[in-house]
Design a protein around this ligand. Structure first.
Ligand SMILES: Nc1ncnc2c1ncn2[C@@H]1O[C@H](COP(=O)(O)OP(=O)(O)OP(=O)(O)O)[C@@H](O)[C@H]1O
Length: 306
């Protein structure tokens, strides 16, 4: 479990993290989302004592991380996959890390195998590709089988095989009762793996809820897309309490508050034609964009947007 209590970090005049309070629970995967510069990495660094909070606390299993005796066994962190001595082989890197907490060759070989690096473990880390470096970073995080895992953009640079592998791995870690905090900008990936979400913007919490509630509360939720040449006649028949209709284009509209079978039955009861009836679920991406649109600090422009 990770407990953040009014956690704050200021860099000069810049408040990177602004009084965050949250509990990250074991046994589930918690996604940590926010626009560039929102304060995710700073928060993670404070949890593992790489940055000192200006005020507030971050506790891991009830203790300040800096005060734990075998930190590697308490929290496994992938914060910067490039933070290795590039001249060392992957194997020697893990052996050196393991030595700090009494972990030997056998566990190192197991972890190398589980991240798929056995065949290249003799090579210096600096010769690794981005994805191989990520795998090595993940190996280091898993090495001492910690209760708590902090993974900052773990799928960055992984190939499709690697992405599937990490999905499964994260699921297994959570099922084992571990606490998993995961940051990623890849919304489809997050929607697939996370159970719970913490969203921050400009250092503050914007949402702390289950992924399901997050999508529902964004106003997105589920809807049914109807395509009908009789749309003008059908739409008024669907109206009712708690039902909203949004027209996208002539002959095509979106219904919230009625199921596809209900719509089909009403249409057939009035001999109206339906060409398409598609239940849709709002995406995490849409919900996220809606929530964070006011807290984006570094927005790009395209010719279309301009
Ligand atoms: N060492 C530092 N010195 C000064 N400012 C910093 C430092 N580290 C982070 N910041 C600032 O703090 C804010 C939060 O940065 P942080 O890296 O935590 O954001 P993030 O949410 O991880 O962003 P990204 O998604 O781009 O990785 C940013 O404005 C950043 O410029």
């Amino acid at each position: 479990m990770i407990e953040l209590e009014r956690l704050t970090k200021k860099y000069g005049a810049k408040t990177a993290v602004d009084g965050i309070s949250a509990t990250i629970k074991p046994g589930i995967i918690t996604g940590f989302l926010g626009p560039n510069g929102a304060g995710k990495s700073t928060t993670m660094r404070m949890i593992v004592g790489l940055d000192r909070p200006t005020s507030g606390t971050a506790l891991v299993n009830g203790n300040r991380y800096a005060a734990t005796r075998a930190p590697l066994a308490e929290v496994g962190a992938l914060l910067d996959a490039k933070a290795v001595d590039g001249g060392r082989s992957a194997r020697n890197h893990l052996l050196a890390l393991g030595a700090t907490v009494g972990i030997g060759k056998r566990r190192v070989e197991d972890v190398l195998a589980s991240v798929g690096l056995t065949d290249v473990a003799h090579r210096p880390a600096k010769s690794f590709s981005l994805g191989m470096g990520q795998r090595l970073g993940i190996a280091a995080a898993l090495l001492a089988e910690p209760d708590v895992l902090l993974l900052d953009e773990p799928v960055n640079g992984l190939d499709i095989d690697g992405i599937q592998w990490i999905r499964e791995l994260l699921g297994e870690l959570a099922a084992d009762g571990r606490t998993v905090l995961l940051s990623s900008h890849l919304m489809t990936e997050m929607q697939l793996v996370a159970d719970h979400l913490i969203v921050i913007g400009q250092g503050r919490i914007l949402a702390d809820s289950s992924i399901q509630d997050f999508i529902e509360e964004s106003g997105g939720g589920s809807a049914v897309v109807v395509v009908s040449p009789d749309a003008g006649l059908l739409a008024p028949l669907l109206a009712g309490d708690g039902v909203t209709l949004t027209t996208r284009e002539p002959g095509r509209f979106e219904v919230r508050g009625r199921t596809a079978p209900e719509i089909g039955d009403i249409a057939s009861g009035h001999s109206l034609r339906i060409h398409e009836l598609t239940p849709t679920q709002a995406s995490l991406e849409t919900a996220y964009l809606q929530l964070t649109q006011d807290s984006v600090e570094y927005a790009g422009t395209t010719r279309k947007a301009a």
